[in-house]
Design a protein around this ligand. Sequence first.
Ligand SMILES: [Zn+2]
Ligand SMILES: [Zn+2]
Length: 268
Amino acid sequence: MLESVKVDTHTHSVLSGHAWSTLRENAAAAARRGMEALCLTEHGHSIPGAGPFFLASAQKMLPERIEGIRMFYGVEANIMDFKGGLDIDDKSLFGLEFVIASLHDLCLQPGTPRENTEAYLGSLRHPCVDVIGHMDDRRTPSEFATVIREAGRLGKLIEINNNSLLIRKGGRERVEEVARICAEFGVGVTVASDAHFDEMIGAVGPSLELLDRIGFPDQLVVNRDLATFAEYLAAREARVEEAWAESFAATGSIRLKGRRAPRGGPTA
Ligand SMILES: [Zn+2]
Ligand SMILES: [Zn+2]
């Protein structure tokens, strides 16, 4: 059984508008837990009270390490329609290091399971999207196997969201079902806190216990340590770079010309 994860891939700070700790407090909490890295994934601007639309690109001001913790700057983008459109513009997405795509009923009135499935599939087709966030949420039911199979086919990930075991009612059975399908198909997962307060950072014990109970393979947990997560990031960087080059070639647009590669590469 995994005792812990060393990288938390889904965390929020006060800049999400409904979280209670600063970025430095989050990093300090990770350091106290002996963790290696954090992804900052503030909510996209369509969530009421979230930061401005340019927050994703403003993260370029932030350092590579805080309190000794390696930082990766990403976003939890909102899926805005049943084609999988996101509320973060392409220029910003191509400059980010980790992108979660989530359905939130605050941004899109949930549809039928078929419509929600199409929304997830569409978002997965965006080259910058890495992982589907909390797909177990019963407010946004989808066809789990269809979405998970497609994530696997694209080399992408499914999230085991610890808040689904603590806050989202009725989440446990659905989280377990998602995890069982990921194990069956061999699809990689992130086990993430979705922390909105610093004490929640990396505190994913309930998720790890659930995975242990169903015999989930540790090697599918890509955020178990920084070395494993960096392997995923190297593959995602190749995927994103290729898609960026294609879109630049297709459009000749200078708008995308200035893509910034993630700082120093995933293991810097
Ligand atoms: Zn969310
Ligand atoms: Zn979140």
